[in-house]
Ligand binder design. Sequence first.
Ligand code: ADP
Ligand code: MG
Length: 290
Amino acid sequence: MNIAILSRAQQLYSTQRLLKAGEVQNHDIEIIDPTYCNLTIVNNKAVVQYHDQIIDDLDAIIPRIGASNTYRGASIVRHFEAMGVFSIASSKGIVTSRDKWTCFQILAQKGIAMPKTTLGSSPYLDVFVKDFGDHPIIIKILEGTHGQGVILCENYKNALTTAQTLQSAKVKFVMQEFIAEAQGTDIRAFVIDRQVVAAIKRTSKDGDFRSNLHQGGSANSIQLSNTEKQIAVAAAKALNLSVCGVDMLASKRGPLVLEINSTPGLEGIETATGLNISGKIITFIEQQKK
Ligand SMILES: Nc1ncnc2c1ncn2[C@@H]1O[C@H](COP(=O)(O)OP(=O)(O)O)[C@@H](O)[C@H]1O
Ligand SMILES: [Mg+2]
């Protein structure tokens, strides 16, 4: 098969691993830098040009779209979808998972468990902040990633001033119940084709409440309960993502979904579990094309 990895970061672990996995499984696989993709609609048909060549021979794409490139990246994926090229992440799934509030709304439509969350922008900010009680709350900007853009506010006053500051700077954000019992850990379930193929528990560094590996967190392989697996698969399905990372917090009332990543990193999970997730992604593409 002809497979392209859409990635601006050619040297990244995940991109390189997918490239190797495709080669090992005997495919023609290449990296396409979205920066050099030109999108046109000619005679009512979607056309993708890469540098000076028209691309019309692809069977499948593996989008690895960075957070700073969501609009353009998803637009390229949508063009390939229009051409009938299989994508392991739908353009819709990429766009909706990137905006935290939109993602929560879709999860809510399906009744999937998540922490209590309120959209920030409102003239009655004080009322909505007060509604969380005088407890620590989490404030997150909508398109934050890697733990940047998540703030733990210790009390009502602190939360209100933070929320007001973001609002006056016209930054979109959500306020969220702080799940203290997670104790700076979260669960990443890696879902391929409606199955959890690997899972890790991430633990924060030095008492940070954020467990992101980009913030120095560490990862351990874990076995998920059936409930955790079911929730992860339901979340992936709700977002229309056949390959994704579903992040959950273990709370007193069971697993709560935190976010869904349409371009999940492979390094942390492959290293911690010893599993060849890249190979599983290529195998999934093969099955889809049969
Ligand atoms: N409501 C919450 N309660 C407790 N910890 C949280 C909460 N929300 C986020 N965290 C911690 O902060 C980390 C980053 O938050 P997340 O929403 O995943 O943003 P990002 O997209 O930046 O990774 C999570 O992995 C988790 O460890
Ligand atoms: Mg996260």
